[in-house]
Design a protein around this ligand. Structure first.
Ligand code: GTP
Ligand code: MG
Length: 152
């Protein structure tokens, strides 16, 4: 089954939004398979945002991501990557719809509280970057038949 990498950024921790953000994914029927609080290194953030290192906003983004710990998570579910993006909402909170995490909690693109992998391929890369294989749990919640019509 598909997995995606979701991260609560330093502002989400500082603003005590860890539990409400996790609840969004639990309530949608996602399964939590990995979680840890990490104060990232420079090289980890450079690798995580490798596609963005030449952007003019990158120094600010890096400073933001290094300003405190983050909560790194892997969530499992059908279409986890696409659905994870939908739950998180548009990059710029000026465009993120109410009902999304960013649409409900954010104002500024440089303080958008949460990260979600943008594709299945990105999810694989990011999960491998942040977690060792033995940090990923394998289990089936007992309610899956109530979340999905056809359980894989
Ligand atoms: P992530 O889930 O964090 O990867 O965001 P995203 O996929 O919605 O957007 P993208 O990967 O393009 O950008 C990564 C992060 O860089 C964003 O979440 C913002 O925090 C930041 N960012 C992107 N564009 C801008 C910008 O124009 N200005 C500023 N200040 N930050 C930006
Ligand atoms: Mg992105």
């Amino acid at each position: 089954e598909e997995t995606t990498f979701i991260m609560i950024k330093p502002d989400g921790i500082q603003r005590r939004l860890v539990a409400p953000i996790i609840a969004r994914f639990e309530n949608r029927g996602f399964t939590l398979v990995a979680i840890k609080l990490v104060h990232a290194s420079e090289s980890l953030i450079d690798q995580h945002y490798a596609e963005l290192t030449s952007k003019p906003f990158y120094p600010g983004l890096k400073q933001y991501m290094l300003s405190g710990p983050v909560v790194a998570m892997v969530w499992k579910g059908k279409s986890a990557a696409a659905l994870g993006r939908a739950i998180v909402g548009a990059t710029n909170p000026k465009e993120s719809a109410p009902g999304t995490i960013r649409g409900d909690y954010c104002n500024d693109v440089g303080r958008n509280v949460v990260h979600a992998s943008d594709s299945v391929e990105s999810a694989k890369r990011e999960i491998a970057l942040w977690f060792k294989p033995e940090e990923i749990a394998h289990y089936a919640p007992c309610d899956l038949g109530w979340v999905y019509e056809n359980v894989a």
